[in-house]
Design a protein around this ligand. Structure first.
Ligand code: PEP
Ligand code: MN
Length: 337
C-alpha cells in the first residue's frame, strides 16, 4: 500500500499515520521528497481493507500496490500470454482475425461464408448458435443445429470456431463443439457462467460489458483464471456513452491500457462497436495500430437479408480488401497478419 501525504503535512500527522500502520503489524517505509512525503506500508495489505487511512489527518490518497486482479495482471506475469488454438497463435507477433456471420443461419450459407472468410485471410471462424437478442421476438439462433454446422465448417476450412455460451446449462454441449467459448458483453458479469468456463479447459473470449470499466473487465477475467482456466482472450467491443451516431463508442484507449495492465491477449470487435459496416474498416485499422492482438469482424454473404446485424456486416469482397490494408498496418507496427 502506498500512502501519499498532503503538501504541508506536519511531523505529528506523519507520526500518527506511522503509528497506525505499525499497529496493524505492517512495516513502514517513509520517503520524503521535495514536494511530497510518501509512506509505503509493507506486509499483508488485507488488514488495511477495514482501516480507512484516507480519513487520517494529512493523508491525501491511498493506493494498493497489488491490483485487485492478480492472476491476470502484469505484476503477476510480465511476459505476454500466447495461446495456441489448433496451431493459431493468439497474443504473439501475428495479428489474428476472427470473422464470420453474427449468427449461424443455415448450413449452406455458413459453409459458403466460412470459405469466403478463409480465402480472405481469416484465421478463426465466428458464428452464434445461441444469440443474446434484445427482443424475445428476434431470431434466437439455431442452438445445437448451429453448432453442428460450425463443426462442419471447421472440418471443411480448418478454421477453429468461436461461438457464444449464454447459459451454464449449455456449457458441456458448447465445449463439445467450440474451439473458443465466447462470453458476450451482456454476460461479462454473469459470475456463474464465468465460474463454469473457468472450470473448462477451452480458451475463452471474454467481451467487455456494455458499461464495464476496465477494472471490472479484468475482475471478470480474474474469475475465470481463479478457477484454473488461464486461456483467456479479452475483447473490447465498444461501450455505452452519450454518443448515438455509432451503435457503441469504441474505447480504443482500452487496448494500450489493457496491454499495460494484463498479460492476456487483447482483441477488438469493431463491428459491434460501430454498428455500421462503412466504419468497420477505419476502426479495424486503428485497432491494429494501437496494439490489438486480433480482431473480430462480422462478415455476411447477403447482409440485406441477414437475420442479425446485417447493417454492420461486411460482404466477403470488402472483407478481403480490408485484410490487404490491415496487413500493411500490422507490418507498420512490427506485427504480421
Ligand atoms: C456477438 O459477438 O455475437 C455479440 C452478441 O457481441 P456482444 O456480446 O459484444 O454484443
Ligand atoms: Mn452480431
Amino acid at each position: 500500500m502506498i500512502i501519499v501525504l498532503k503538501k504541508g503535512v506536519t511531523e505529528e500527522e506523519i507520526e500518527h499515520v506511522v503509528e497506525k500502520i505499525k499497529g496493524l503489524g505492517l512495516a513502514v517505509h517513509i520517503s520524503k521528497g521535495q514536494e511530497r512525503t510518501i509512506i509505503g506500508a509493507i506486509g499483508d495489505e488485507s488488514v488495511l481493507a477495514a482501516t480507512p487511512l484516507e480519513a487520517l489527518p494529512g493523508v491525501e490518497s491511498v493506493m494498493p500496490i497489488l491490483k485487485p486482479y492478480k492472476l491476470v495482471s502484469r505484476e503477476f506475469k510480465s511476459e505476454d500470454t500466447v495461446l495456441d488454438i489448433s496451431g493459431v497463435k493468439i497474443g504473439g507477433k501475428a495479428v489474428q482475425v476472427i470473422a464470420g456471420p453474427c449468427s449461424v443461419e443455415g448450413r449452406d450459407i455458413l459453409l459458403e461464408t466460412a470459405r469466403e472468410v478463409k480465402n480472405g485471410g481469416a484465421t478463426l471462424l465466428r458464428g452464434g448458435a445461441f444469440k443474446p437478442r434484445t427482443s424475445p421476438y428476434s431470431f434466437q439462433g439455431l442452438g445445437e443445429e448451429g453448432l453442428k454446422y460450425l463443426a462442419e465448417a471447421r472440418k471443411q476450412t480448418g478454421l477453429p470456431i468461436v461461438t457464444e455460451l449464454m447459459d451454464p446449462r449449455d456449457t458441456e454441449l458448447l465445449c463439445e463443439y467450440a474451439d473458443v467459448i465466447q462470453i458476450g458483453a451482456r454476460n461479462m458479469q454473469n459470475f456463474r457462467l464465468l465460474t463454469d468456463v473457468g472450470d473448462c479447459d477451452k480458451p475463452v473470449l471474454l467481451k467487455r460489458g456494455l458499461s464495464a470499466t476496465i477494472k471490472e473487465f479484468l475482475m471478470s477475467a480474474e474469475y475465470i483464471a481463479s478457477r484454473g482456466n488461464k486461456q483467456i482472450i479479452l475483447c473490447e467491443r465498444g461501450i455505452r456513452t452519450f454518443e448515438t451516431s455509432t451503435r457503441n463508442t469504441l474505447d480504443l484507449s482500452s487496448v494500450p491500457v489493457l496491454k499495460e495492465e494484463t498479460h492476456l491477449p487483447v482483441f477488438v470487435d469493431p463491428s459491434h462497436a460501430v454498428g455500421r459496416w462503412e466504419l468497420v474498416g477505419a476502426l479495424s485499422k486503428a485497432s491494429v495500430a494501437v496494439g490489438a492482438d486480433g480482431l473480430m469482424i462480422e462478415v455476411h454473404n447477403d447482409p440485406e437479408n441477414a437475420l442479425c446485424d446485417g447493417v454492420q456486416s461486411l460482404k466477403p469482397d470488402k472483407f478481403s480488401e480490408l485484410m490487404a490494408v490491415l496487413k500493411k498496418v500490422a507490418e507498420a507496427v512490427g506485427r504480421t497478419l
